[in-house]
Design a protein around this ligand. Sequence first.
Ligand SMILES: Nc1ncnc2c1ncn2[C@@H]1O[C@H](COP(=O)(O)OP(=O)(O)O)[C@@H](O)[C@H]1O
Ligand SMILES: [Mg+2]
Length: 329
Amino acid sequence: MSYDKASDYPDVFHHFAVAESERAAESCYLYAPVFPSRVGGVKAVIKRTTGPMSSAVAISRWVRALAEQGVGVVTPLRLDSDNPAQVGDRVWVAYPWVDGRPYNGSTADIVAAGDLLGRIHAAQAPTADMPRFPWPDHDADSVEEDITGLQRVLGKHAPEIHDEVLARMAPWLESFMTETLPPVRDGGLPRAVVSMDFKANNLVYVDDEPVLIDPDNAEYAPRILDLALAALLFHNETATAPPRLFTGAEWAAFSSAYGRHVRLTAAELALWPTVLRYMLLEWGVWTLIDADEWDDWDDPHKRNFLVDLATVDLGRFPLPAEPYNSEFH
Ligand SMILES: Nc1ncnc2c1ncn2[C@@H]1O[C@H](COP(=O)(O)OP(=O)(O)O)[C@@H](O)[C@H]1O
Ligand SMILES: [Mg+2]
């Protein structure tokens, strides 16, 4: 486990015409190659993305459309060379460096984040070539893999919650394909282009307004899944966030700011508890297991977050039973 080295990617820096003296020697991020650099004379970051070039181009069209509508999000630098760019078999993108501060956990920062998420979901967005949200299809083996993964990771790092978590999660994981997936997949839930990664560590606050600096997982997906991801994972891997999920009061602040821009449908509100469970079983369980790969359970701050995630009562994140009326505009 170590930070990626810039010297391992000479073709990338050659493509973006970045000399050795204009780039950091190492990634600024443990989990992926993200290199602070000077590109075309401006402070920037060059990062590897996961999807194919067609997706990266669609995502760059989307963020440009958002920015034109005044929504706070980075857009790829306009350069003479391709950006995003295919280099070898991977795609890289250069974004301007956003000078600001991290999330500080205050109510004001939470409200501003909920407001931004609502603006993103409410924006007019081009959907051509956007990656489509892939519905999972788990067979018995992959369910078993999740259950044994949870047993292994909790047994090793949090034995005090092992039995409690497994007693709840194992039956939920076993019935996911019959009880949780179908109502969400077949529920006619409204779609939007969403980041599917709306977390505090993907925001930089400039003059107290958040800017989304990591749009690279964007998909055309049921927007309520993106809201559920934020409900559960907003504080994940963020050193400046409290070491736990949102409290009920924080969630109320976040979700009502979101509700200024998005009027959730009756179907979305009715399915919300199922959508939260969906997100816990898909992203949440993966987060708990994957954290072991990065020794995150050994970090007390991250460990406290993970324990809260594993044991969370989903009733902590209610939405009103009826569509919002009052503040919507
Ligand atoms: N444009 C940017 N401006 C300022 N900081 C950035 C920028 N891009 C990335 N970072 C920093 O690097 C970290 C990792 O970058 P990110 O784009 O989120 O990588 P990943 O896609 O692997 O999650 C962010 O949490 C942030 O601290
Ligand atoms: Mg990120």
